[in-house]
Design a protein around this ligand. Structure first.
Ligand SMILES: Cc1ncc(COP(=O)(O)O)c(C=O)c1O
Length: 435
């Protein structure tokens, strides 16, 4: 089987950990997000082990990958920090009692009110992404008589092989300060004037779903040269260097893999050598994996509402979810492995396109995937590897409700996010008085 935590029973039904996917659909309906809690813990432990190769390093889970309360609670339990990118994620992290010093607050367009909320709550570190932010942080922090720790986000001009939409380290990009531009000097000079900012170093993140060791090595090299230049020009001693996340994971048999232990060993020796050669104190390394912590823990279960075979064209399978619970095909044309959870013993050898329920032709989950020949109404489809950027990207387009999230742990399970109700959709709507 594709994934170590998925199994098939003797009657051809899909199990996740030791839990029957079909029992879950009977109990909770579909669409349904199902995540294997032990797989998430295993992924976190792998990172914890791999970072020991650095003298001093910390994991920050990039919570945008999957950001409900229980996920933050698990981060607290596993004693890792988090990267948040909105006031909503920050609020959830605080509610989960993540120690605030372990929260790093990102975002390319933070408002004054959001920064004030972060500073009032003593967020561990703000990753500065714009000149205006420096002024706002200084103003707010001085009002609260507080010294705010901060990093500066740098775009290192690296172009990894991934979807254009998830490249974040190229020069022409909305994030951060591009290396080699005067904007960086302006930012540093403004920071050095700000007595309420404790400036500790630099951040970069080159993109997502990256498999190239080379891209990370080049990034490390560029960032270390930059650290040296900042020391020489501005006498900045970089205490923290955040190298972001983006580590790729396989969604289909065609995807490659990246070994985190090998990568971190390479980066750690690169770091040590450079710092030794140039007499630079080795900074603390921060890493921000998101997808690779949660993606392979999750599957999404859907019920088939109908199958349409168009002569000389495609065979469409209509499911009861779509871009509302998984917009990644619509956004990036990303690929998935899909199986029929109640017909696992049947050959998956007929080609289908999986159509979502939204009133958009582009609402597909996958094009031209192989499933059993006799698919029919009420069969259950399982889309694999949906633990990342599915729940967190879900939305209410066409007024569909968001599915529940279930965590399985061996043969036990629990709801961690309730299914939205129709009344939830009306929660903020105002009934206007009839004339
Ligand atoms: C700043 C930052 N850090 C970390 C991540 C996590 O990336 P991934 O989920 O691919 O590991 C992202 C994702 O876009 C990001 O923007």
């Amino acid at each position: 089987m594709l994934y170590e935590n998925l199994h098939i029973t003797n009657n051809g039904e899909l199990m996740i950990a030791d839990t029957s996917t079909l029992d879950l659909t009977k109990q909770y309906g579909t669409p349904l997000y199902v995540m294997d809690k032990q797989q998430i813990i295993k992924n976190i432990k792998m990172y914890k082990e791999a970072i020991t190769t650095f003298d001093n390093a910390q994991i920050l889970y990039a919570s945008k990958a999957c950001d409900f309360l229980a996920m933050f609670q698990l981060c607290k339990q596993e004693n890792i920090g988090v990267d948040v990118v909105s006031i909503g994620e920050l609020y959830t992290a605080i509610k989960a009692n993540i120690p605030v010093e372990h929260i790093y607050y990102h975002g390319n367009s933070k408002t004054y009110q959001e920064l004030e909320y972060a500073i009032q709550n003593k967020v561990g570190c703000i990753v500065i992404d714009a000149i205006e932010e420096i002024h706002m942080i200084q103003e707010i922090a001085s009002q609260y008589n507080y010294i705010q720790k901060a990093l500066l986000r740098i775009t290192p001009n690296i172009d990894p092989h991934t979807f254009d939409e998830v490249k974040t380290g190229v020069l022409d990009c909305k994030f951060g300060f591009a290396i080699g531009t005067e904007l960086i000097d302006t930012a540093i000079q403004e920071i050095q004037k700000s007595s309420n900012i404790d400036f500790v170093g630099f951040h970069c993140h080159i993109g997502s779903q990256i498999f190239e060791y080379d891209a990370y090595q080049k990034t490390m090299d560029i960032m270390l040269q930059f650290v040296k230049q900042m020391q020489e020009t501005y006498q900045i001693h970089t205490k923290e260097l955040n190298i972001g996340g983006g580590f790729g994971i396989p969604y289909t048999n065609e995807d490659s893999t990246i070994c985190i232990t090998t990568l971190f060993n390479q980066l750690a020796s690169q770091l040590q050598q450079f710092c030794q050669t140039h007499s630079i104190e080795i900074p603390k390394i921060l890493i921000e994996p998101g997808r690779s912590i949660v993606a392979n823990s999750g599957i999404t279960l859907y019920t088939i509402n109908g199958v349409k075979q168009i002569p000389n064209a495609r065979n469409y399978v209509n499911i009861d979810g779509g871009m509302t619970d998984n917009p990644r095909y619509a956004l990036y044309k990303s690929k998935y492995t899909i199986v029929c959870a109640n017909k696992m013993h049947q050959p998956h050898d007929s080609m289908y396109t999986i159509a979502g329920h939204c009133c958009e032709s582009g609402d597909l989950i996958a094009k031209d995937v192989y499933l059993p020949q006799n698919l029919q109404r009420n069969d259950t489809l399982a889309v694999l590897t949906t633990g990342a950027y599915n729940y967190s990207m879900s939305n209410n387009y066409n007024r569909f409700t968001k599915p529940a999230v279930i965590w399985v742990d061996g043969n036990k399970h629990q709801i961690v996010v309730h299914k939205e109700t129709l009344d939830d959709l009306l929660r903020n709507d105002v009934t206007i008085k009839e004339a």
